[in-house]
Design a protein around this ligand. Sequence first.
Ligand code: NAD
Length: 351
Amino acid sequence: MRILVTGGAGFIGSALVRHLVGDVGAEVLTVDKLTYAGNLASLKSIENAPNHRFLRADICDVAAMHAAFDEFRPDRVMHLAAESHVDRSITGAGEFVQTNVIGTFNMLEAARRYWDQQTGSAKEDFRFLHVSTDEVYGSLGEDGLFTETTAYDPSSPYSASKAASDHLATAWHRTYGLPVVLSNCSNNYGPYHFPEKLIPLIILNALEGKQLPIYGNGVNVRDWLYVDDHAKALHLIASRGRLGEKYNVGGRNERRNIDVVKRICEIMDRLRPNSAPHAQLIHHVTDRPGHDARYAIDATKLERELGWRAQENFDTGIEKTVRWYLENQWWWEPLRGGVYAGERLGVLEQP
Ligand code: NAD
């Protein structure tokens, strides 16, 4: 099995590539532009694996994508490359439209051209997984869950660009017959998460005795999924998901942001008993415009059809995550000292 993964140097992409290369034993070509969010250090554990290759390229570069398809000859594409940070989309939407909409269009067209040239089992077995987010559905009230039939209602430039890309992927299946399947996942957390995102930001600020910033009153609810559970779900959906269908992915782990932060503080208090109580560092800041109140996923379709179950609950996953950051300073320190401290100083990224 030869799998072309876009965005494989990012947070979820690197978890997926490590899983495909290390556990599944697939031949993988990682295609990544290495924006500030891409980091080859996240693929260090497989750097000598003979079944992994890396190509630094922009998915908006049509010629480079055609060459990648022609040379690698994938059986499958798993498309994750995207601009993914909501706050950045508010201050600079252009990159989001470019990569998420135009880039996805390019990937679909490059895949269609390549697929059209295939015959026999190479044509029949080819699949394109488009990886997306639950944020395309907008915001929930206190009750209810997003299902695969929930109408799209995106709030931010990020989620609007992802919604557009989802529609393109579905249209390429309906119009051209391209064997496409989609996934829409809730908020991920875990190792190798860029340190401006809520959970790593809180862990590292707590470690350094800095303020723990939280948007507004912190009652926004997110449905957290451990990243390795997502990676396994993506492999399953790409392998066995019904073509033209979409699958919601979520771990049934709804938490208010404030409770996530307090939980991290409790773990830090236990692991660093000589520090003052970390919850004293919590600091409320002005809320994000258009901040969705609640996301929650109904993953019944994925569970029933493909037998997927999240293996980590939030308590076990967050403990593993905190410990990982405490033990892997080599990975996050250059990011805290570089991009984050310079370009992003004072800018808060939360889910
Ligand atoms: P990320 O920002 O950590 O990684 C994105 C990767 O894409 C980076 O390695 C970056 O270098 C690469 N990239 C960006 N623009 C590119 C371009 N033009 N060409 C090639 N590579 C490019 O994002 P993530 O959190 O790992 O998310 C991956 C995918 O999963 C995205 O499509 C995102 O919408 C989706 N998703 C994310 C979450 C989440 O909680 N993070 C939840 C559901 C879905």
